[in-house]
Design a protein around this ligand. Sequence first.
Ligand code: TTP
Ligand code: MG
Length: 387
Amino acid sequence: MPVICRDCGNLDEGGAPTCPACDGARLIRHPELLDLCIAHIDCDSFYASVEKRDNPSLADKPVIVGHPGGRGVVTTACYVARKFGPRSAMPMFKALELCPHAVVIPPDIAKYKRVSADIRALFAKASPLVEPLSLDEAYLDLSPGVRLVDRPPAVLLARLARAIHTRIGITVSVGLSYNKFLAKMASDFNKPHGFSVVGRAEAKSILAPLPVRALWGIGEATARRMAEQGITTIAQLQALPEAELVARWGKFGRQLAGLVHGIDPRRINPDRPAKSVSTETTFARDIRDATALAAALLPLAEGVARRLDRQNLAGRTVVLKLKTGDFQLITRHQRLTDPTRRADIIAQAGLALLDKLADGRAFRLIGIGITDLCPPDEADPPDLFGR
Ligand code: TTP
Ligand code: MG
């Protein structure tokens, strides 16, 4: 069975417990290792890893990136902090109750964007078909004829992960499989600093015990409704014939029939514009009232949705922008579970962000936008019950 050393990238066929080239113990054995070409790479606790890189005295400390103060939320917690419970999107006060000794660092998005660009430059050396999903994750197509270095994808990925670690200073987790859905799932299997492989022969059995929520396109609401019908695991969906899935869930049932058996026909699409769609308004008179600010936001969200529609785009991160009466610019980001092009979802995220900021201060401008743009076919995965 092929074996790859994650430390030196050596490819071997033997059964030795350590790498014959470098004696490293981080080996990956998998019967399909040389046949799998679709990868998903996701940085580990991205914002926190960048902050630790830039301040090595934080290396072993629990670090939370987010706006300090009672009304902020956690954007990410490092893996030291996660042991105590803090997670992305948790209110900061709660995270600090769980981990009072955490070091809280406000996010520096401009810096994370620079690091992201550095990482993408390394991806680009491996393949021209790289599809970024957000600042810290991307799919790579490493098929023969596509990849830029004629080595097995697993070797390229081991080298890439090592290069990101040594040159950029953060760790990533790699998923290698034969389609996007499974590669993305695999990259999450043994975070941080993971490398997981899902082959064709094992895909169904790996999927079987997982909760339905692990499937692409199934959100919290759908999982809850399925649970009401007694369906909680993928195995239960695998047992239903496609006709039954389609009868129950229409068009989405057909997609589901593929996914539960490890089939995902989506291609890797590198042509994503790296920009945002946004709109804003300056008030005739400064506004302090939270309800009035919220009312101003709704038509703006509609405007963003209209422009997404016109430009045939969707987006994944909602950005709220406010300018105070004394011209202080405030922006807040909310990453959505799935990309969207719907005004109501954009507005909802904007209102949640606004809720934390509208504290009686006077504002002269409000704006809303969406970034992490992507093609519309990935947006708003059908929720089975039409929500
Ligand atoms: P993720 O890749 O979801 O999370 P992560 O990199 O922090 O941790 P993991 O090791 O589990 O991958 O998101 C990447 C960055 O996006 C994250 O570092 C901070 C930001 N982010 C938010 O701002 N809000 C959120 O709700 C989430 C989930 C992430
Ligand atoms: Mg990540």
